[in-house]
Design a protein around this ligand. Structure first.
Ligand code: ADE
Length: 250
């Protein structure tokens, strides 16, 4: 997969992609991440990429022309096949919320182009005529879209086949399974006065499986009730949730 990122602060990307899984994915040619300075697509003096808002209002707006030119320059080199599997993503607090489902959809593409939003926002013509996806990473406002672009890149790259050692790890992922992850522990079995739950050291695989499933259900119920999809739960899951006082008919 090719990922092109358009940013007014390309230097922010030095570091985050040079470690761990994303670095290995690049070394193994699973992902090729390129960061472009948006200012190089500006024909204004000193590479200006923002301007005042029509109609008045606070803050500066990202101009459409450098963004269109940047994206079109990248698209120009793509084959028809690659073009059909390309998403052009804008990062903004007004976007659709990034979910694991959306991340998995992005991971199916051949090419992602990510435009890092800034200032008061971008000229609406970019939204209307250039992008395929307007993405927010949460209900809070960042100083710019660079960190959001890093989040998208990181979450997508780890899903590329071969990026993570074992596909098992992906299957057991928190969220991918529809539930939050159960608690996990490592050695020592006792740290200060804190002990690992005895079932985990029992060697009884069936009991461990049941314990983990129940803990995942409990945690999801407590923290992210919105994730609970009753259709996908077994009758044992439902019985357990009911024993915790959860009303399944709600
Ligand atoms: N830019 C500023 N805030 C953002 C957010 N929450 N998600 C994506 N891009 C942003």
């Amino acid at each position: 997969m090719n990922i092109d990122i358009l940013s007014v602060f390309p230097e922010m990307f030095v570091g985050p992609f040079d470690h761990s899984i994303v670095r290995r994915a690049q070394e193994n040619d699973l992902a090729n991440v390129s960061v472009h300075n948006l200012r190089t697509f500006s024909h204004c003096r000193r590479g200006i990429v923002d301007d005042y808002q029509f109609g008045g209002g606070p803050g500066m707006v990202m101009k459409p022309d450098p963004i269109f030119e940047g994206v079109e320059t990248i698209l120009m080199d793509l084959s028809q096949i690659e073009m059909a599997k390309t998403r052009v993503i804008l990062t903004s607090p007004q976007g659709n919320m990034l979910t694991q489902e959306l991340v998995a959809e992005f991971a199916q593409q051949l090419h992602l182009i990510i435009i890092c939003g800034h200032y008061e926002g971008v000229d609406e013509r970019v939204r209307e005529n250039l992008i395929t996806d307007d993405i927010s990473i949460g209900d809070y406002v960042l100083t710019g879209g660079e960190i959001a672009a890093m989040v998208i890149t990181d979450s997508v790259v780890r899903l590329l086949p071969g990026a993570i050692g074992s596909q098992e790890n992906l299957l057991g992922d928190s969220i991918s399974s529809g539930l939050l992850q159960h608690p996990i522990y490592t050695r020592p079995a006792q740290f200060r006065d804190m002990k690992v739950p005895s079932v985990l050291a029992s060697g009884h695989h069936e009991n461990i499986k049941v314990w983990r499933r129940r803990k995942a259900l409990e945690r999801t119920l407590e923290r992210r009730r919105d994730l609970l999809d009753i259709q996908n739960l077994s009758s044992e899951d439902k019985d357990y949730l009911e024993s915790l006082g959860y009303n399944l008919s709600r």
